[in-house]
Ligand binder design. Sequence first.
Ligand code: FDA
Length: 494
Amino acid sequence: MPQTARLPGVAETQGKLTRRSLVGGAAAGTAGLALGGVAGSASASSRRTVDCIVVGAGLSGLSAAHTLRRAGKSFVVLEARDRVGGRTLNQNLGHGKVVEIGGQWVGPTQNYVLKEIKRQGLKTFKTYTAGKSVYYRGGTLTQYTGTIPPANPASLVELQAVITELDSMAGQIDPRRPWATANAAAWDGQTFETWKLAHAVTPEARDLIDLGVASVFAAEPRDLSLLHVLFYIRAAVSFENLINTAGGAQDSRVVGGSQEISIRMAKQLGGSVVLGSPVHRIDHHGHGVEIRTAKGIFAAKRTILALPPTLAGRIRYSPDLPPKRDQLMQRVPMGTVIKCLAIYDKPFWRDDGLSGMATSDTGPVKLTFDNTPPGGKPGILLGFIEGQEARDLLAASRHERRKLVLESMARYYGSKAHLAKDYADKSWAADPWTRGCYVGYYPPGVLTGYREAISAPTGVIHWAGTETASEWNGYMDGALQAGERAAEEVLAKL
Ligand code: FDA
């Protein structure tokens, strides 16, 4: 079971989107009516035939389904969980307020997600950044204004040189074919750690690079192919885009919580979204697929799997998938993150002139943000435990994590941080339908070794999910882009 804390007054809103409410909310006139009633009335032995079966009702699967719907094709979306949204998940704070315990931020150039937010009638608000931020290093706390932490000048010069070099190398990459870059073999033949050690010598610059990598991938530099890091930067346009708050990937949040995007998208698909339907096996042949679930048997000409590769690799295929695809799915592990929310009556740090943003060399929480909802209450400090810090705590109890997280917060914001009225966290590695976050990452040798197998169709099986995106790979934006791309592939074949 996911280790999301269930606290008085802090409950997952997933409970509000029950199977019944989703089916009941079926919008008349949708292509989904071809399957009207599937979710509510189908039995294990009922059989339905559609043009395409989408597996996974995260943003990517829902985006694929909407693309099929716009083209007038019939489809069904099979989702393992009793909710939609996948790696996005709202927690109810009571009084109509929510906070996200999964993916949350959006920023400039994330055109797919910004468009979908607008299409769904949702609004965004800026991440709180007013006031001074905290830099904690070697036991010393410094408050500073602006975006550059007060590291020693030599380290800052080195850091800037590293970022400029990374952006320049990333600029040489075609994000649709990163393996085709001139230097691909050399870049994919080393870890980002190897490259970092050769290009940054000061301990402080190295530590800040490690922190940046952990904050983006929830993994360590030693885990990642240099080519993958460069591709990821290219897909997000620049390194600063990935790590910046104002003007970067952490710029804004969705009023009502990011899961609301999926909830609204799913409602428009009505009975075509079948919750509580884990797909364990896919029978496929040259002309179509058949999937048996507890909610019925579904047959289609094509299927789109909108899942992280490691989850797609846990499905059985008959006949077996080609070994190249199978080996690829063995090689894209998920990052490790525990997202933690310390909840207070009000954002007390704002009264102290602080932004709620902290950067630290001391774990388990090395990065914090002000995650207070619009209106300013309750006050919420968000802390990330990422990469090795998270791996070290995977077996810890929630009680132990709460203690460690509040100690981290008190280090940055003083003893008031111990007075949290609520605490929630989610260890995404413990969630069987995600098994880690933020994203599946590519270790050395995978991008060049498996190439087109990453997103090219395998017969009648098409691959979506943010891990296959060429723009904002790993983000909500990439999930939507990948879903649309996979659906267009299907449409070209139908
Ligand atoms: P996703 O994993 O969401 O969807 C896959 C779906 O398939 C799930 O619903 C799953 O239940 C289902 N499924 C799996 N196996 C199945 C099976 N066998 N049968 C049927 N269904 C199955 N992004 C961002 O843009 N801004 C941010 O701030 C963050 N921050 C962040 C924080 C945290 C803690 C997390 C966990 C993630 C983020 N992200 C993020 C990443 C973002 O959430 C992510 O990129 C997208 O939500 C991924 O959407 P997908 O649809 O690709 O996969």
